[in-house]
Design a protein around this ligand. Sequence first.
Ligand SMILES: Nc1ncnc2c1ncn2[C@@H]1O[C@H](COP(=O)(O)OP(=O)(O)OP(=O)(O)O)[C@@H](O)[C@H]1O
Length: 336
Amino acid sequence: MSGLDVKALVAGYGADPVLRGVDLAVPEGGLLAVLGPSGCGKTTLLRVLAGFHPVRAGRVSLGGRVLSEPGTQVPPEKRGIGIVPQEGALFPHLSVAGNIGFGLPRAQRACRVDELLELVGLAGYGRRMPAQLSGGQQQRVALARALAPRPGVVLMDEPFSALDAGLRDELRADVRAALRAFGATALLVTHDQEEALGVADLVAVLRDGVVAQLGTPEQVYAEPADLGVALFVGEAVTFDGTAGAGVAETPLGRLPVRGSGAGTVLVRPEQLRVGGDGVAATVDDVLFHGHDATVLLRLADGARVRSRVQGRPPVRPGDTTAVRVSGDALFFARPS
Ligand SMILES: Nc1ncnc2c1ncn2[C@@H]1O[C@H](COP(=O)(O)OP(=O)(O)OP(=O)(O)O)[C@@H](O)[C@H]1O
């Protein structure tokens, strides 16, 4: 196993490249999520890493071995890269064991297939056919198949997107555990913020053909590189305002911030505490999500804000209440 390194990667289709200088590093045994909106180039990046698309500039290497650079493109089957596509894409005429063991030498097959089935939580399923499996089980088999030849890195293309919410959560946790147990280095692309933050050790936010930020899930959420990243990685309540001497004036009161000048003040909805002390607000609506709820509030100046509260919401639509911010706000100065 070895780390994946992407340096100043430029690739694309027409005159304007889609990837315009991507820098990434997935440490050995790490799981990196590449997060970006639809059309930002995630699939193109995977195609380059897998060896299906050439680079115009830059370099891709795995464990120090160059896989792609201008004039060099190691073929896909010689890269030591495993792929988990969006929807399993299992061979329909082969059993689960047949799918997993497909590329393995015959002598190792049975033992290795059993080990992998165990790893992905499907012990005993070897004789089933893909059509007899649920979507989540098919993705588990696809992961086992990708891991079977002990690749240097596993690439996953939105591997949970076709599954329903409950199954998705369970599978995410299991895939993460299986990758860890295997010691695999992995890269996953997704447009789903919750997925990227919830499953990966590191998140790269891809925007306008470059990595806008690379950091731990906590870093990209709590210390976003700029306003665009902050808005993309999670829900936000924002106000135009002015900051100075460590505080910003906002309709939610004076909030502690770093930075100064004119710009945007941002807090996350879970920082807004409803009921108790604070600024007067009217409850426009309450959206109950089961584990938590969103309270839509209107402030005295007409500003609308949303609070995310755990468990049972303390207010009902039409109530008059108070709202305050817990913790620091983020401040992004307007570029001069
Ligand atoms: N074969 C192709 N020929 C020309 N342009 C393409 C080709 N494939 C993709 N593109 C363009 O390149 C850009 C990036 O596409 P890509 O599929 O990499 O994005 P993505 O982030 O994976 O999107 P999604 O999340 O919707 O799958 C898009 O503008 C797309 O239209």
